[in-house]
Design a binder for this molecule. Structure first.
Ligand code: 13P
Length: 256
């Protein structure tokens, strides 16, 4: 199965307006053909309009969160409809930082996934275990449960419109990357859960990214693994050249 790689930068709460603009001008004409590799920047909401306007032919823009309701009295929140109306194409859902600091739960992840798909935003659905769980040896069960809960009431056709990101919490921002084998093994376990829910054929088509200290040095080894379909990148997506190195690595792998 040749799944199209996706490299998504997650800027988290970094950059000013000028820095965001400098980034987009540096990369918008340089990212590879989107038919070969999908290159995405998930930016703070305040930058989305400026970035979408300058995304060019091959880059796409994503948000870092969305509310699950269509509209309503939810001060400070953004709906899928609002994001879509500004030309945003992706949204990160259930990032471990949102789970840890902003009361994101498996239930809200599920509702947000459904809201995004309904509005034709591609959700990048994040799952991942703590160091404690990794050391206990129950990673596959814990991550599998996160997937089952995220995809509750989601049918196969909808599931095909989603992307999963496996991000072990202990590898995020720590410089401690999961080894390619560790990442691939857990991603295979995630694909087995998706196969149980939707059948093997569907599961084989859903892209599953790895995230956690991905950088120019380790990206080739990660992308070389059978089940890793790209990366969700924090720190190494902030610098234009670093981001371009990652998307170009995916392009090279795909075209060699
Ligand atoms: P780092 O690449 O900085 O470890 O962050 C990973 C991440 O959380 C992306 O969503």
């Amino acid at each position: 199965m040749n799944r199209k790689p996706l490299i998504a930068g997650n800027w988290k709460m970094y950059k000013t307006k000028d820095e965001a603009l400098a980034f987009i001008y540096a990369v918008n004409l340089e990212v590879p053909d989107k038919d070969v590799v999908e290159s995405v920047i998930c930016a703070p909401a305040i930058f989305l309009r400026d970035l979408v306007k300058r995304e060019g032919e091959n880059l796409r823009i994503g948000a870092q969160n969305v509310h699950y309701a269509q509209e309503g009295a939810f001060t400070g929140e953004l709906s899928a409809n609002m994001l879509k109306s500004y030309g945003v194409d992706y949204v990160v859902i259930g990032h471990s930082e949102r789970r840890a600091y902003f009361n994101e739960t498996d239930e809200t992840v599920n509702l947000k996934l459904i809201a995004a798909v309904n509005r034709e935003l591609t959700p990048i659905v994040c799952v991942g275990e703590s160091l404690e769980i990794r050391e206990l040896g129950t990673t596959d069960a814990v991550v599998g449960k996160q997937i089952e809960k995220a995809y509750l009431n989601v049918d196969a056709e909808e599931a095909l419109k989603t992307v999963v990101a496996y991000e072990p919490i202990w590898a995020i921002g720590t410089g401690r990357t999961a080894t390619p084998d560790q990442a691939n093994d857990t991603i295979k376990a995630i694909r087995l859960v998706l196969a149980k829910l939707y059948g093997k054929e569907v599961a084989e088509q859903i892209r599953i990214l790895y995230g956690g200290s991905v950088n120019a040095k380790n990206v080739d080894d990660l992308l070389a693994m059978s089940d890793i379909d790209g990366a969700l990148v924090g720190g190494a997506s902030l610098d234009p050249n670093s981001f371009l190195t990652l998307v170009k690595a995916a392009y090279k792998k795909q075209t060699k």
